[in-house]
Ligand binder design. Sequence first.
Ligand SMILES: CC(C)(COP(=O)(O)OP(=O)(O)OC[C@H]1O[C@@H](n2cnc3c(N)ncnc32)[C@H](O)[C@@H]1OP(=O)(O)O)[C@@H](O)C(=O)NCCC(=O)NCCS
Length: 418
Amino acid sequence: MAPSTTCPSSPAVYSAPSSPLDTKHPHLILRPATIPERHHTWVINSPSWRGILTENAYYLREAHLSAQDLTRNGGITYWVLVDPSTACDPSCPQSPDHILSACEAIRKPSIIVRKNGEIEDVISYGIGGVYTASPHRGKGYARTMMQLLGHQLRTLPDPSDPKKAHLRVGFSVLYSDIGKDFYKKVGWRPHDSSHISFPAQLPSSAPSAAQAVKKIAKADLKAMCAADCIHIRRVASKTAFKQGVEARCVQLPTVEVIDWHHAREEFVGQYATTKAPTVKGAWAPIAQGAEFPPKAGSEGLDAVWVIWMHDFATNKLIFLRLHVPPVTSANIDAVQSAMKALMVAAVEEALAWGFKELISWNPDDVTEEAVKSVFGKESYNLVHRENDSIASLMWYDHGEEIEPEGVEWLVNEKSGWC
Ligand SMILES: CC(C)(COP(=O)(O)OP(=O)(O)OC[C@H]1O[C@@H](n2cnc3c(N)ncnc32)[C@H](O)[C@@H]1OP(=O)(O)O)[C@@H](O)C(=O)NCCC(=O)NCCS
C-alpha cells in the first residue's frame, strides 16, 4: 500500500464514525475537499450541470455561489470520497482521478417544532451536487459517500459563528434527480414533491394587476423575509398538528437563502441576456394601511406576496416562496383577490422576459384556487414529480422517539432547493 500523501492545504481528515457503518467500501473516507479538489469537481460535473453556460462560465458561477452570505465562512462544505491510501497528486487540477465521488452541503437556519408548540432553533443541511465521474460509476461510491455524509452531518459543528455553536443539526435535505429509491435506501425519505405549472398567458378575462400591487426589489427582501420568518414560526408552533405528526421542521427562507437563489439567477441572466433581473417578486395588500415593505417585528398579516426566481435555463419563472396569512371568513375575499393580482403580476414579469411558463412548488389551496380562477382549470397543470427534484429528508432524532414518518416538512417550496 502506498504511503498516504497530503495535498497542500488539505483539510483535516474527519474521524471515522464512532459506530462502523455498513458501507461497501469501509476503507474509504469522506472529507472536505481542498481548494484544488473543489475546482476539479466543477470540471468533472460541468457536463451535467452547466446548462446553458460555457464550462468557464459555470466554473465562475459556482465560485460566485460559494461566496454569498449563505455560503461564505464555511456555510458550504464541499465533500469528497477518497481512498486514504491513494496519493493525492499536488498537481491536482490536472489529475482529479482520486476523487471517487463528490457533493456539497449548505448550512441553513432551521427550526423544529414539537407538538406542545415548543420551537427549537437548529441547523439543517441542504445537499447538492452528488456526482461520480463516469469511470467510477456503478461501484457503490455514491452510496458509500451518502452513508458517510448522512452520519457526518449529524454532528458537524458550525465553524463560522461561535454564537451559534450550541445549535445542533436537526435534519438534512436533498432534491433527488434520480427518483425516490437511491436516497431512500441510505436514509433520505421522499416527501411531497408536487408543483403546479401554468402558462405565461393572460386570458382576456384576467383581472388587471391592481394598482396596489408593488414590485419587490432586492432592497425590500430583508424586511420581507424577516416578516415571513416570524410568520412561519408562529404558524408552525400555533396551528394544530395533523394526526400522526409528532414534529414539524422548516428550513427558514431567510434573506441569505433567498439572496443565494438570486445570485444564481443574476449570474445566469447576465450571461444569457446581458441583463440581471431586478424585480424579485410582487406584493399585494389585503387590508387598509398595509405597509410595504413590512415594518420591523411585523408578521406581514396584512398582505400576500410572492418571491420568485428567473430560470434562464428553462425560461420559467419559479416561485421561491409564497407568503399567505391564515385565511378567515373575515379576510377570504381580500386574500383571494390579492392572490389573483399576484398571479397576474407574475405572468407580466414572465412575459417581460419572454418566458413561457410559471411554476409553484407544493402550493396551498389558496394559491391553487387563485391560479385556477385566473387562468382557467384547463390551463392549470398539477404535477407529482416521480424522478426529478424529489424533496427528501433525513431526520436526526438524537434519542427522541420520533419516527421519520411522523415528521411534517413545512415550507417545502423552491426556496429550500440547492
Ligand atoms: C447518480 C450517480 C451519483 C450514482 O453514482 P454511482 O457512484 O455510480 O452510484 P452507486 O454505484 O453508489 O449506486 C448506483 C445506484 O445508483 C442508481 N442510479 C444511477 N443513476 C441513476 C439514475 N439516473 N436514475 C436512477 N437511479 C440511478 C443505480 O441504479 C444504482 O442503484 P442500485 O445500487 O440499486 O442498483 C452518478 O451516476 C452520477 O454522477 N450521475 C450524474 C449526476 C447525477 O444525476 N447526480 C445525482 C443528482 S440527485
